[in-house]
Write a protein that binds this ligand. Structure first.
Ligand code: URA
Length: 436
């Protein structure tokens, strides 16, 4: 089979056969296909789409491109369940939700991704914790899930290797925003992780990959229908990404915010709403709770009692990170040499979140090419919420940068990304809709 024929067929709007899709998946997994051919096909799919059958074949093929986990002989006394987000800026939900769900009786083998396009990646953020191994061997991963209840790791060479390769190429070729490619990317990892159930956080707004609300609903439906084909019970919550989630964006800064949350010191209410809604959904979809309100109370208690923080500490140590990290995170996280408060006036009315994500890439906190090293310390803290009255006391955000020049550039990019008005904007809920 010639791969150029496959590219040509998709370029001309044709439907690929299951054999052609499997040839593509094999070539991704064994790296026999060069990046230029992979990116050409990704662009052809981006432009011409895929049928449901094509996307399902790609998903299942990628999920079987490496090892597939089986938890049936692990002796677990609770369901194996995970959450995945379609990608956002400031989205540190995984670091909170995984230990909370574990403290509520779930087992969460979370295989996360690196930064993609303008969005940040959980794997990159986890690497801001010194010593934390995001690519442990299978035994360590399974042992951690079993003993702690959760393990947040990155994609390994063994699980869904076809997605690992395609993901890295999509990241730098402007081919991310495609419903079949996002569906296959997310679900291949989740199916390979051997889950009983999955809860999706599908983002909506200026920082989401989908350009409209309707497209985000379509993405949620595509993921749910494709997951059903692989017998993976899935529901989705649509959440707002018209502004940074929480008060920080950037790898180490987001870890710091997550630790303050787990200590119950500072819980930004929008971030809290998203964490609680998704976590409660996990308890309901797995039958741990049959009522959403009771599930919400149980999740909250896991934080206020300190049990979620304990689980995080246990996970951190099991994966090679420092002991007592939640209590002493400030000692361990890298800090950027330059900080600069960005001031403006008026009410913050709207944010181009994609531009904020791109500003973090400009600072060195995200990748421009495959495999690039990141500066994990850079980004934004004290990010103002939409509706905030900005003045000389209340900044738009504080930039954390490697140099004065970088800080000045990020300041300008942030100012350009934010619309200010004299009147306060209407309030928007952060939880938009549930799709199942
Ligand atoms: N998250 C993923 O894992 N893959 C995508 O394509 C988008 C978000």
């Amino acid at each position: 089979m010639l791969f150029t024929d496959i590219i040509r067929a998709k370029r001309d709007g044709g439907e690929l056969s299951p054999e052609q899709i499997r040839f593509f998946v094999n070539g991704l997994a064994d790296e026999s296909l060069p990046a230029e051919q992979v990116s050409s096909l990704a662009m052809a799919v981006f432009l011409n789409g895929m049928t449901f059958e094509e996307a399902a074949t790609l998903t299942i093929g990628m999920s079987q491109s490496g090892a597939v986990l089986d938890w049936s002989d692990a002796g677990l006394d609770g369901p194996v369940v995970d959450k995945h987000s379609t990608g956002g800026v400031g989205d540190k939900v995984s670091f909170l939700l995984a230990p909370i769900a574990a403290a509520c009786g779930c087992y969460v083998p979370m295989i996360s991704g690196r930064g993609l396009g303008h969005t940040g990646g959980t794997t990159d953020k986890a690497e801001a914790i010194p010593g934390y191994n995001t690519a442990p061997d299978f035994e360590t991963f399974k042992r951690t899930v079993k003993s702690v209840g959760c393990a947040v790791i990155g994609q390994t060479a063994d699980l869904a290797p076809a997605d690992r390769r395609l993901y890295a190429i999509r990241d730098v070729t402007a081919t991310v925003e495609s419903i079949p490619l996002i569906t296959a990317s997310i679900l291949s990892k989740k199916i390979a992780a051997g889950l009983d159930a999955l809860v999706m956080d599908v983002k909506v707004g200026t920082g989401a990959f989908m350009p409209t609300y309707e497209k985000s609903v379509e993405l949620a439906q595509s993921i749910i229908a494709t997951a059903a084909k692989a017998d993976l019970r899935t529901s989705a919550v649509l959440t707002d990404m018209n502004e940074v989630l929480g008060t920080t964006a950037g790898n180490a800064l987001e870890i710091a915010e997550s630790m303050a949350y787990l200590r119950n010191d500072r819980r930004d209410s929008r971030l809290d709403d998203v964490v609680m809604a998704l976590c409660a959904e996990m308890l309901v979809i797995t039958g741990i709770e049959d009522d959403l309100d009771r599930a919400l109370l149980r999740c909250d208690k896991a934080v206020t009692s300190g049990r979620a923080a304990e689980r995080f500490d246990q996970m951190c140590v099991a994966l090679g990170g420092p002991a007592g990290f939640v209590a002493n995170y400030e000692e361990h996280l890298a800090q950027a040499p330059v900080t600069k408060a960005v001031h403006a006036s008026g009410y913050l009315a709207a944010v181009d979140v994609r531009a904020v994500g791109n500003a973090i890439i400009e600072l060195g906190g995200g990748r421009r090419k495959v495999g690039e090293e990141l500066d994990l310390a850079v980004g934004f803290s004290d990010v103002a919420r939409i509706g905030t009255l900005l003045d000389s006391e209340t900044p738009l955000a504080v930039v954390h940068a490697a140099s004065e020049d970088d800080a000045a550039l990020a300041e300008q990019l942030l100012l350009d990304a934010c619309t200010r008005r004299e009147e306060p904007p209407a309030e928007r809920p952060v939880i938009c809709e549930r799709v199942s």
